[in-house]
Design a binder for this molecule. Structure first.
Ligand code: HEC
Ligand code: HEC
Length: 338
């Protein structure tokens, strides 16, 4: 009997340790309140298994900007922010030409993506932000990292295990948590405080040129932009759908109509970066639209080569597009907190 005592003791203490509260049970994250700007859709793409929390967004932000989590730390790109820069609407800025980037297509801005329910990328083929994070880390043309290596580096760091515990209730890090945290941060990038938003909210008036430009934007016999790029009743300024907008007479496939918010910050334009200025883009839609059997039926004016604007109308349309810039984000944006 006596001989069994140590064994019993060991068993008992094992049972007791197993019953101690695990970090999961003391996990109390703070829900993150995503704003709902005026005339944004009410449907978001927040997955049931990745609700936004203050802790998750904070961790995602740190990961987004962390250039030490790739085997190629001395080379660019080594994190999301080496391509997606906050000051250029989370695009690459004027340097982001195809030659510079070395990617297949030019960049897309990371703004208001919580409301994208159609698919990501120029072709819309990536269905969730979580998937996009994985793709960006592993794509040889992007971060080109080994996800197991990224997880190992995070697990061995002094700071990350605690941040993962706060965000996900466990300090056993997995790449799925990396995907979740960065996606939460990207969903928090809300831009809805441009001059045009203040006009919609009745806080500021547009000047006469800007108003005329807006009227051109949303009318069929004006510049006819709204079918694909939204407008007052769709303040994302994109349908997030793919179209062929008649750039070329040969087939080049359908591409996403990018948001026109912050369009002044995201040159070069189009999937191949063929235009450097907004004037060139407006000249194209006015005078150089190319017919092919693949062109979207929404390019109603192709038979006249475009919407045929006068120089004054072109100036007004551009003045309106410039009212869509909001460097500071929405009344509640992480940009302010960088
Ligand atoms: C080498 C530069 C580069 C890096 C690094 C990079 N991206 Fe991108 N990103 C791009 C390009 C180029 C596109 C457009 C891709 C396409 O559709 O062909 C893009 C597109 C996206 C989109 C789609 C946006 C939309 O409107 O559909 C998301 C989301 C995105 N990136 C997130 C990220 C995240 C998160 C990271 C870090 C994990 C990251 N990117 C790292 C260049 C980069
Ligand atoms: C039939 C739908 C459609 C219509 C109508 C349309 N666009 Fe577009 N727009 C697109 C698509 C699709 C792209 C991307 C094309 C590509 O790169 O191949 C695009 C690209 C753009 C870009 C470049 C965006 C970037 O980030 O590179 C601007 C600026 C633009 N459009 C402005 C306008 C304006 C101004 C009008 C009205 C004169 C207009 N669009 C009408 C579908 C449309």
């Amino acid at each position: 009997m006596k001989a069994h005592f140590p064994l019993l003791f060991v068993l008992l203490s094992l049972v007791l340790t197993a019953c101690r509260p695990t970090p999961e049970e003391t996990y109390t994250p703070t829900p993150y309140e995503l704003p709902q700007p005026l005339f944004f859709p009410t449907t978001t793409n927040i997955p049931a298994d990745n609700p936004m929390t203050e802790e998750g967004v904070e961790l995602g932000k740190k990961l987004f900007f962390d250039s030490n989590l790739s085997p190629r730390t001395s080379h660019l790109p080594n994190c999301c922010a080496s391509c997606h820069h906050p000051e250029y609407s989370f695009e690459g800025g004027p340097e982001a030409t195809l030659e510079h980037l070395g990617t297949e297509h030019t960049m897309l801005p990371l703004i208001n993506l919580a409301w994208n329910t159609t698919g990501l990328g120029w072709k819309g083929t990536i269905k969730t932000l979580e998937e996009m994070v994985y793709a960006a880390y592993t794509d040889p043309l992007e971060i080109n990292a080994d996800t197991a290596e990224v997880v190992r580096m995070l697990q061995q760091s002094d700071t990350y295990p605690e941040l993962f515990r706060k965000a996900f209730g466990t300090d056993r890090i997995s790449f799925i948590q990396v995907e979740k945290a960065i996606s939460q941060y990207v969903r928090s990038l809300v831009f809805a405080d441009s001059k045009f938003d203040r006009y919609l909210r009745g806080e500021e008036q547009l000047d006469q040129d800007e108003l005329n430009g807006y009227m051109l934007f949303i009318t069929e016999n004006g510049a006819d932009c709204f079918h694909c790029h939204g407008g007052g009743s769709n303040a994302l300024f994109t349908t997030n759908l793919m179209y062929n907008n008649g750039l070329d007479a040969e087939y080049h496939g359908d591409f996403k109509a990018p948001t026109l918010r912050n369009i002044a910050l995201t040159s070069p334009y189009m999937h191949d970066g063929r235009f450097t200025t907004l004037d060139e883009v407006i000249d194209f839609y006015s005078d150089s639209v190319q017919y092919s059997e693949f062109i979207s039926p929404l390019m109603h004016h192709v038979m006249q080569g475009g919407v045929r604007l006068t120089p004054e109308e072109k100036r007004q349309l551009k003045a309106f597009l410039l009212t869509l810039t909001s460097q500071t984000g929405s009344p509640r944006s992480n940009l302010n907190r960088k």
